[in-house]
Design a protein around this ligand. Structure first.
Ligand SMILES: [Fe+2]
Length: 426
């Protein structure tokens, strides 16, 4: 019999029957064997396709790439069991949002910028004429506040060494270090997002299949980040300020779309808002692991319970904290009710263009990169795969983990707080 895991790997190849051991130990042996055969450290494969602009950015930051790029984390750090993953970050780390110290008018940030362009009414702002590496602490605080309010903020024409990108993330809080994702050599926490590399490593995403996850995310999850999702929601303290910098950008295509959780919440009727307020959801990880209590049940996602409607600690606004990519159910309602309600809530994000912004990453000056910084607590996003991995698209992502999500029953919706009309259904 051939056993294929969700990664498409043939487990049977590695199967060594040790009859007097419990089955979970046999499985552990299989997985550890597989992990130990996975190459780690700088990957020579990446060097074959490394874009010139990325190479220059790495060299300018004195990053050693002669042996390979990107760096694959050590296989012994890859967790095998669900409980091992939960243990990695099961203790609360104090988090104090820097945006709380910001001038509400953001005079230091806006005063130094050449232009501040709001891209849509409800989400997305571009700042022109500032280098992220030059920001003062005061401006970093104000930028955090702007991201909290506008959900995503863009900076084109950036010279941003990966080490500086990590330093900015660390200023805002604890940077997430992924046990499996590749990162810039020597700088854990700078996750590499590089679709042509993934393609070379066997990812099968193409024009025909890259959207299938929008219908069945678990079945097609390993084809890429092309379904609507929110990053790392299974963490005790999920990602807050998330910063993707692209240093290689397709000549056409490869846009990213974001949707606002504040605006999505405000699409609902007051009756329905009241029903959802205070409910909890079971969110889950992308990767699957072995469940010790059901080792033959196949890979299980790590799950975590968080509020369905969460309050942003700085703006105080309510936001829908659900996404198609990483959610199991709403707690306290039947599975059928949960599926129906979630399907409707996904649609609110995905079908309403007035809660979304779509961004093309092209810089206006050749040789520069572009940054997007979004508040992952109050948004969803998806990458648009129209470039089909045929042109280089390379980026580094630094993610700051935020507070444990909470719901404050006294908090307001964005429209309520801003004094915009709230429509009543008679
Ligand atoms: Fe993402």
């Amino acid at each position: 019999m051939t056993t294929i895991d969700t990664f498409g790997n043939n487990l049977s190849k590695n199967f060594e029957i040790v009859n007097d051991l419990p089955v979970e130990q046999q499985l552990e042996t299989i997985f550890r064997n597989r992990n130990s055969k996975t190459p780690t450290g700088p990957d020579p494969v990446g060097l074959e396709i490394l874009p010139e602009s990325t190479k220059k950015r790495l060299e300018d930051d004195n990053i050693e790439i002669s042996q390979g790029y990107p760096e694959i984390p050590p296989s012994e750090n890859i967790p095998i069991y669900v409980d091992e993953v939960l243990k990695i970050r099961s203790f609360e780390t104090p988090y104090d949002d820097r945006a709380k110290n910001a001038d509400p008018e953001k005079k230091a940030l806006f005063g130094a910028a050449k232009e501040v362009i709001h891209l849509t009414k409800n989400i997305g702002t571009e700042i022109v004429g500032l280098q992220l590496v030059d920001l003062t602490d005061e401006q970093k605080n104000e930028l955090a506040l702007l991201v909290s309010e506008r959900v995503v903020v863009f900076f084109r024409n950036q010279k941003l060494p990966p080490s500086q990108q990590k330093a900015l993330g660390s200023y805002w809080g604890k940077v997430e270090v992924h046990p499996q994702a590749t990162h810039v050599n020597g700088i854990p926490g700078t996750t590499v997002l590089w679709s042509d590399y993934s393609k070379k490593k066997g990812n099968k995403a193409n024009f025909a299949n890259n959207g299938l996850q929008n219908w069945d995310v678990l079945r097609y999850q390993h084809q890429g980040p092309f379904a609507w999702h929110t990053d790392l929601v299974h963490e005790l303290q999920p990602a807050g300020y998330t910063h993707l910098h692209l240093d290689a950008i397709p000549s056409l295509g490869g846009d990213t779309t974001w949707a606002s959780g504040y605006a999505a919440y405000d699409k609902l009727s007051d009756e329905f808002k009241n029903f959802l307020d205070g409910k909890q959801v079971e969110l889950q990880s992308l990767h699957g692991y072995i469940d010790r209590n059901d080792p033959l049940g196949g890979p299980k996602q790590v799950s975590r319970v968080h509020p369905l409607v969460r309050t942003h600690p700085v703006t105080g606004w309510k936001s829908l904290f659900i996404n198609r990519g990483h959610i199991k159910r709403i707690i306290g309602v039947s599975p059928v009710e949960s599926d129906l309600i979630l399907s409707y809530l996904f649609d609110i994000f995905e079908k309403n263009a007035d809660v979304q912004v779509r961004f093309n990453w092209q810089p206006t000056q050749e040789g520069y990169g572009t940054s997007a910084i979004w508040d992952n607590r109050v948004s969803q996003h998806k990458n648009i795969f129209d470039y089909e991995g045929d042109e280089p698209r390379h980026g580094t992502r630094v993610t700051t983990l935020a507070e444990v999500p909470y719901f404050d029953p006294n908090s307001k919706s964005q429209r309520e707080a801003l004094g915009k009309p709230i429509y009543k259904w008679e």
